[in-house]
Design a protein around this ligand. Structure first.
Ligand SMILES: [Zn+2]
Length: 464
């Protein structure tokens, strides 16, 4: 993975942020965060986070030790200083003395520690950033690290790659307990410059933003090198598929079937390329394709598993079977970590269609695109994992805990959709001129746009 850091560009960004009143350490953090966010193989769609510790003025003007940490649900890609929340670090660090802290109390403590109440809620991984001593901490769900750690013997592989330089912790959901465990591990290995949480992602530390960013690229590159040594040539041996189902045959039936479980209707986002084809046409698709998410962070967008629509399947029945299985898993796991939850809509968010491709499913084109993007990320991770071994994600019960963890669910409501998401706009004469510009403007504001024009090619060039 290429290190994109340039001192010249960093200085220019920091200068312009400082002119807008952003303190230097936060400006450095913003710049490095944007670089992390620019790489889809590191983070996507609100994934990952970053922080810097520095002195901050509280509302009374008194200087206190502060933590600027990414706000929950914000994308690192293109993030600004307003994508961070400033918190009273001493207040957060005192929590480490507690033995237990419920999720509700943790969220209340994070809210209380905010130095500016008007800022967005901080990341669900804030306590980990607070308890670790390094000034700069960056976190990603790098594809290569996920491919290494979603293995039955992933811990041993990771330890072999990194030696004592990186702490490797078993999978645990984010929050207070993981933050405490991470802090204890760092105290035991103070020279460590990174921390991996199995089947979740990687944290890097540094005295400077440049150092912590460089260490992220370094650790990910070493995981990539290890994956390249995988010898398997044919990762997904193909099943015998004679004729792929056509989009025009599948999509309307799938939308109809989904409508029974998504009363607001479903928008589909179709993807197909060489990597997607190899994945969905694989003989063992039912094993690797429905094992679980590559990182728990995806699950609120993709659900734990996709639905598979084989060529001879009745699409309606396949969706209904998925819904029944989802409800069964919900009944089994509900209440195991705390109060009983209400079931989310049980419809799938990703459909895999052998011989054709995949569909991201959402209430809007925006959320359907996120589901499709994350499905493509999962394919990349699973292909790499299968190249060196066998994809083995976190157990279903752990994934349920994340899907129904209140701080994760809050992301769905705080993730800000574009202003016209969920709206459908028909533009007549939209193939050129003002019509085309209007269609593009609606599209960039998040609307679903249908372009009508006498010139079909021109219309397609606008929507394509
Ligand atoms: Zn994470």
């Amino acid at each position: 993975m290429k290190n994109l850091w340039s001192d010249k560009k960093a200085e220019a960004t920091v200068r312009s942020l400082r002119r807008a009143g952003v303190p230097k350490p936060l400006a450095d953090c913003v710049h490095a965060s944007r670089l992390l966010g620019a790489h889809p193989k590191l983070v996507r769609h609100g994934g990952g986070n970053s922080s810097v510790k520095t002195r901050v003025s509280d509302l009374s003007g008194m200087s206190v030790e502060g933590l600027h940490v990414k706000a929950s649900g914000h994308d690192l890609d293109g993030i600004g200083a307003n994508g961070f929340a400033a918190l009273d670090l001493a207040q957060l660090r005192r929590l480490e003395d507690l033995n237990v802290l419920s999720d509700t109390d943790m969220l209340a403590a994070l809210t209380r520690a905010k130095l500016d109440p008007s800022q967005s809620p901080p990341s669900v991984e804030t306590l980990l950033h607070a308890f670790l001593p390094a000034p700069y901490i960056f976190h990603s769900h790098a594809n290569a690290v996920l491919a290494i750690t979603n293995q039955p013997d992933g811990k041993a592989i990771a330890e072999k790659i990194y030696g004592g330089e990186v702490i490797v912790l078993p999978y645990a959901m984010s929050g207070f307990a993981l933050a405490k465990r991470a802090a204890a591990a760092v105290r035991q290995s103070p020279a460590a410059r990174g921390l991996i949480v199995m089947k979740h992602g990687v944290f890097t530390f540094g005295k400077t933003a440049k150092g912590a960013y460089g260490q992220m690229i370094n650790l990910v590159s070493r995981a990539e090198n290890r994956l390249r040594s995988g010898r398997k040539k044919n990762i997904f041996p193909a099943a015998r598929i004679t004729l792929g189902a056509r989009q025009t045959d599948v999509a309307p039936v799938l939308r109809g079937a989904l409508y029974r479980h998504m009363p607001g209707g479903a928008i589909l986002d179709f993807r197909s390329n060489k990597a997607v084809q190899a994945f969905v046409n694989g003989r063992d698709l039912a094993r690797y394709g429905q094992a679980g998410p590559v990182t728990p962070d995806h699950v609120i967008w993709t659900k734990a598993k996709p639905v598979v629509l084989n060529p001879d399947d009745d699409v309606g029945r396949a969706v209904d079977d998925y819904v029944t299985a989802y409800a069964r898993q919900f009944q089994k796991s509900n209440g195991r970590r705390g109060p009983k939850m209400t079931m989310r809509d049980p419809a799938p968010r990703v459909a895999l269609v052998p011989g054709s491709g995949l569909y991201g499913i959402g209430e809007t084109a925006w959320s359907a695109a996120i589901a499709a993007d994350l499905a493509e990320t999962a394919i990349d991770v699973i292909a790499s994992a299968e190249r060196i071994g066998r994809f083995a994600p976190a157990p279903a019960a752990d994934i349920f805990d994340i899907e129904y963890w209140p701080p994760e669910l809050a992301k769905l409501s705080t993730a800000v959709p574009p202003p016209l998401a969920g709206h459908v706009v028909l533009v007549t004469g939209g193939g050129s001129g003002i019509g085309a510009a209007t269609a593009r403007a609606f599209r960039s504001a998040g609307a679903e746009v249908v372009v009508a024009d006498q010139n079909v090619l021109a219309a397609e060039s606008v929507t394509g």
